[in-house]
Write a protein of this length. Sequence first.
Length: 335
Amino acid sequence: MRSKRRKRNINIFSLSFLDCICCGFGAIILLFVLSRFSEPNIIEEKSEDLKAQIVRMEKELAQLRGDTQVLNRQLTHKREQLSEQTRKLARLQGDLSAIEGSFAGSSSDSEAQNTIRDRLSRARQELTAEMKRLLKQRPPRIDSTVGGIPVDSEYIIFIIDTSGSMQRNAWPLVLRKLRETLDVYPEVKGIQVMNDMGTYMFSQYSGRWIPDTPGRRRAIISNLATWHPFSNSSPVEGIERAIRDFYATDKKISLYVFGDEFSGGAIQPVIDAVDRINKPTRSGQPRVRIHAVGFPVVMEKTRAPGNTGERFATLMRILCQRNGGTFVGLNSTRK
């Protein structure tokens, strides 16, 4: 006999169910409140980021506008240069056409040209005969150069490298070249001797000319034999001080630089500095001539490119050429 089960009546809206529903709604409301509370902070941060980006982009825009203006100016300048070159090219083409036309027309005048050539030849012969007659009556010409070195100066300054390399290897030759140079000038109005640092041999004559007498010349040679002030193996300081101390618009001055090396830096700044202080005369000639004698002390020991001896020769060749002088490079220190 089967037992009958009771059917349980289930109440959906029981107290437990209502508790769960309330907790769920409460959680949803809490999440909603929290998310709405943090939203203003996020919006504010995004707003600040956007403002920073706007400022940065405005700066970049201003920079781009400035670059554009510079490029536009450069483009305008290049266009002007191109127009000028085009005009020059057109003028040159016109000159070339004119020259070609003149040569083309001259071919038909060959007979007239032959007549003119004959007359010029006869005139040249007559002029040559007259010149021969006049040359016999002209006094002998006085040569103002010795070995290609102009000797027309009234004042002479010696800038001598007194470094150890010169004194150990070339000092007897230095003494001899000094005597030879003095012999080229039998009489001048003033002499001065410095080393490559601008140190005077005779301190009592600093900034003044030494009178030219036979006794003074002997004293110069005698003192030079034992003279050894400090030297940095660079003639730049001596050259600049000599020009600054003795430059004068009413005097003809020659500088003689005796050295074997240039231990300084770049060559071009030295050339520019000398150009600034050695102003030319109205005729375009430099007031102070610069001559140089290169002693091959370094060159006898090394042939490496760019050595100090080679740099000395390069510097002095340029200075001599730009300042009306002559550079003499010796082949040996034993001559």
